[in-house]
Write a protein that binds this ligand. Sequence first.
Ligand SMILES: [Zn+2]
Length: 580
Amino acid sequence: MRIFAAALAATICLIGTADAANVYPIDRATILAGSAFDFKVEFAGVVKPEEVSITINGEPAANILGKDYAFIAKEEGVDASAVLLRAAKVVKPGQYTVEVKAGNDTKTVHWDVYGTPDTPKAKNIIFFLGDGMSVAHRTGARLLSKGMTEGKANGRLAMDDLDYMAFIGTSSTNAIATDSANTMSAHMTGHKTAVNALGVYADRTKDPLDDPRVENITEALARTGRKSVGIVTTAEVEDATPAAVVAHTRLRDRKAEIVEMMFALKPEVVLGGGSAYFLPKSTPGSKRKDDKDFIKSFTESGYTLATDAAALQAAGQANAGKILGLFHTGNMDSVLDRKFLKKGTVDKFPDQPGLVDMTKVALAQLAKNPDGFFLMVEGATIDKMSHPLDWDRALYDTIEFDQALRVAMDFAKDHPDTLVIATPDHTHGVSIIGTIDDDKPGEDMREKVGVYAAAGFPNYTDTDGDGYPDKVDVSRRLAVFANNFPDYYETWRPKLNGPFDPAIKNEKGEYVANAAYKDVPGAVLRIGNIPRSTDTAVHAVDDGILQASGPGAEAFKGYMEESDVYRVLVDAFALAPAQK
Ligand SMILES: [Zn+2]
């Protein structure tokens, strides 16, 4: 009956209002009880304050939100009024109906405010985020790492043994398609948002730093207890995925501000690339536009700084309070470049730690906190190499991600009060269709693609047992293809001289096939199927597959919205127990 009434109300609302107000948090928002969020109403036009009526479950809004909102007669750059209340909170779990009126402008939204059990299920959560990791990445990593005999895998990935599984819907509030900002933000806040946004709803004003905020997990943990937070990535630490653990901005590329937000929250362990945004503009290589020196700020706040693998080991052993590891000015190199080919930027940054070592140091450090921790580990390069169609690098990095996950799963074996999750943020449009066999006759590479029975099995070997093929350019290798691409030359081969750069900009500003690959023997031009303004392959709308083990993991099942993952995290930590 309640549902029927709500549906009826929604219908009436739709009929009555062509240009209704926007309300944040949006309709069907799920909100952690007691969490701070900004409440904002954007009216369609200029209204008078005395016209405005906002009730929540029939009561004046302030009764429910804890404080009264401010009226804004005219928003910056917009010919319309708004109301805004920063850091509102709803303490009591339940269903809330927000009714907004200003003259003819009306809007009704529903919120689901949820509590948690009184006692935590887990002391620690280790959240593994395989950026862009799709089914093909996992299948490919298993084939490369373990091999296959007569149709059965010769071994299992670490993620193959996580107990529970769910399909995750990754879409954003403004499109079915998605990026790493809004997707990871959903994981880390419990709210879906717009493409490029982190920890905020995207409002209509221009300023990318004023949007209505929602609480992220780092803030929730700081508000409710004394757990430590760790952030580990192979990308810049201020890149979208790690940023979602700490930041609030409409635009993920506000990286200088994201570093400031990270400093404000001071996670105990921060490891990755991206030092260019920590350095003042006077330092060569800096990408800041101000004189702030965040290396200095962090170290003066008790962080031990590590800039290469050796220093990271030393920092881990020094029993330092907090660790800041910045191993690259930008994104770290792929494991295929770091460990094997020594290409990319490995000559400039020869001693970058891998994801396995970073995970080990982070876990050892965070485990010192008797109150427990939240650790986010991102395999960023899976995505960074999937965009330019460099499938060998993407698959090697999936193997590295899985080896780091193994470290976490071993930790959880010794610490059974640990929830371990492995999930993508979004997927890529990629598939494995068979093999490419150099020994098939002729020069035409297309005829060397083995499909169905002609695919046979690839001939990678791993004689040293490190989990990676001994060499990537074997004679019968995986045939991996994307379903979307700019114009590019398909070379049918691993790129041994550095990451693939499939398309470059022409005089008209359109991306065209990079002629540098034209003369690779057998290369063929593939005409793209995405807009010419797009330089690399794009994310897929396909669901992600999340897996998990440990206390609380049984909540992952069936299909879930990405924002509902957060609910499992805060439930495991019991961040909103019933108010006594
Ligand atoms: Zn991406």
